[in-house]
Design a protein around this ligand. Structure first.
Ligand SMILES: [Zn+2]
Ligand SMILES: [Zn+2]
Length: 568
């Protein structure tokens, strides 16, 4: 259990209560408790008095006890049952919060997207106090937009779904091994379904157990080779499970990982040698079926190096196979340079983040909490960051296997000023500059802000340069090629934010940056220990842009990092 989970549980409870039209004081108590925990600089393990904190009452305390003892909250589970499931998708409509949805439900009996659409079309919504004609039109537009997005889920949502399915599969003893396949394995930004390959000797038992443990909305097909279902996990998602033997595993995994175009190219290569590739193996000219211990052996059989799933795109990756050895891999990564602690809006203390990075085998890392402009994230004042610097320096003395650098993620203010003065920036080892506000400014204004940051001698890197959230918002629309030119001119790094919510910069821009010889840092922007794992998916995404090892500064040895970035 960690603090972030408790905070998120409180927020979810508040939201669900609001949806049900609960007493605002009750709702407020959960929001307030979430806020109290957010602002407390300590991590959960450092709090022995969490139930006595000002702002934690009887109701909120009971939830904490539940979470600590059982890992889940009974109250939240009850609410999840109580809230009509049709209301949840309404939360995805911009401008509709819990309160407004409750109002519509009370006044018009709205309980789903369909009933909301109908009520907008018959102009009933505009008659509800607080909802005018304009709002009604806007709602209708947003509902249509949601409709067009249907079918594809963003990678971060797929990631959560995959994780929870994997957790269930680990509990099924008849599964010998399994792997996710499909577009998620290829680190695509969006997927329309999830695919798994399962090795088992008892497919029917596994099938029945999967049907038991997964939240099944509908079973589309079920046999000894395959189970196809629609799962009800926040959104509806199609899931396919293929049951194979150990010998078939490698070719099945390759086949169902795709992409379609990649598979077409591989089949052409096989055909030219008189062979046939299927999910069961490679059929040779004399009709025998050859199987492989791994995908690597499968590729080697066709004189190809292992092609990482993320590179399996339009088939042309096969022509570029000799470049693969030079691309960045997870094993090359020596440090993570963007993460938050309880000093701002992270869930863990500095020491806990350091220990987690040591476990990953990193040789160096940078702590980068928010600055004071970002009040919602408990951003640091100059005084607090000076205290943090001395704490980090002291902590650094304790370790000889990892170097902890003092950094910041500084806000670029709406008027183009920076949140800290140069004399303070000078005291820091590493300065990230980011935009978190006024996304709706003109491109010109946004570019002025970015220029102010990137031309400042103490700024090392621009984080999540476009501000996009995949599947949710486009960000603030900067002129990225111009930004890349500036990065080149001022010798600055640009970020590939590896959090799957962001993947920012996007592939097309990473390619332009590498061509311009601009260096990239792949960062997790972790707000909790488990998010440090996003380095893996971040690297996969970088591979999609064919980023070479030397382009990515996280692969540089500590000495080079100090020489060329810290002391620059
Ligand atoms: Zn940020
Ligand atoms: Zn951040």
């Amino acid at each position: 259990m960690n603090k972030k989970t408790i905070i998120r549980t409180f927020e979810k409870i508040a939201l669900y209560m609001e949806l049900l039209g609960e007493n605002p004081f009750k709702v407020g108590a959960f929001r307030k408790a979430a806020n109290v925990l957010e602002l407390d600089p300590r991590s959960l393990s450092e709090m022995d008095d969490i139930l006595k904190l000002k702002g934690i009452g009887k109701g909120t305390g009971a939830v904490i006890i539940d979470l600590l003892e059982k890992g889940e909250s009974d109250l939240l589970k009850e609410l999840e049952i109580e809230v009509p499931s049709g209301l949840i998708p309404l939360l995805r409509i911009p401008g509709l919060g819990g309160k407004k949805i409750a109002k519509l439900r009370e006044a018009l009996g709205i309980d789903s997207l369909d009933s909301l659409r109908a009520a907008c079309e018959s102009h009933e919504v505009s008659k509800v106090p607080g909802f005018g004609k304009k709002t009604e039109e806007k709602l209708l537009q947003e509902i249509e937009l949601l409709g067009t997005k249907k079918g594809k889920l963003p990678v971060w949502q797929i990631e959560t779904i995959v994780k929870s399915i994997e957790a269930e599969m680990r509990g099924i003893s008849e599964i010998i091994r399994f792997s996710v396949a499909g577009s998620f394995r290829r680190a695509k930004e969006e997927s329309s379904d999830v695919d798994f390959i399962i090795v088992t000797d008892e497919p029917s038992v596994v099938r029945e157990k999967l049907l038991e443990v997964l939240p099944i909305e509908e079973t589309v097909a079920g046999g000894d080779a395959k189970l196809s279902v629609v799962l009800d996990m926040a959104d509806l998602v199609d899931a396919d499970f293929r049951f194979v033997t150990e010998a078939q595993f490698a070719t099945a995994l390759h086949h169902f990982t795709g992409s379609k175009d990649h598979n077409v190219r591989m089949r052409q290569i096989a055909k030219s040698k008189g062979m046939k590739i299927s999910e069961y193996g490679v059929e040779t000219e004399d009709g025998t079926v050859k199987t492989f211990d791994s995908e690597k052996e499968f590729f080697a059989y066709f004189d190809l190096p292992f092609i990482p799933p993320s590179l399996r795109m339009d088939g042309r990756e096969i022509d570029r196979a000799d470049e693969i050895a030079g691309l960045v891999t997870l094993e090359d990564i020596r440090g993570d340079f963007h993460m938050h602690t309880t000093w701002s809006d992270g869930g863990y203390s500095i020491r806990e983040m350091v220990e987690a990075c040591r476990k990953k085998g990193y040789s160096h890392m940078v702590i980068t909490d928010h600055t004071h402009y970002l009040k919602v994230a408990n951003g640091l004042t100059p005084e607090r960051i000076r205290n943090q610097i001395s704490e980090i320096r002291k902590l650094n003395e304790e370790y000889d296997d990892i170097e902890i650098f003092c950094g910041t993620e500084m806000d670029i203010l709406p008027d183009g000023r920076l949140d800290f003065e140069d004399d303070l920036l000078q005291e820091l080892d590493f300065v990230i500059a980011s935009i978190h506000s006024n996304f709706n400014q003109s491109q010109e204004q946004i570019m002025e802000r970015l220029h102010a940051a990137i031309s400042n001698p103490y700024v090392n890197i621009i984080a999540h340069p476009t501000g996009r959230i995949i599947g949710q918002r486009d960000g603030y629309n900067p002129d990225v090629p111009q930004l890349i030119e500036w990065a080149k001119q001022y010798n600055k790094i640009l970020e590939l934010n590896g959090n799957p919510h962001r993947f920012d910069l996007a592939i097309e821009y990473l390619e332009i940056a590498q061509k311009a010889d601009v260096k990239i840092a792949i960062n997790t922007d972790a707000h909790a220990i488990d998010q440090l794992e996003h380095m893996g998916i971040g690297v996969k995404y970088a591979q999609k842009a064919w980023l070479k090892k030397e382009t990515v500064v996280n692969t540089w040895p500590l000495e080079k990092f100090i020489r060329e970035i810290i002391r620059k």
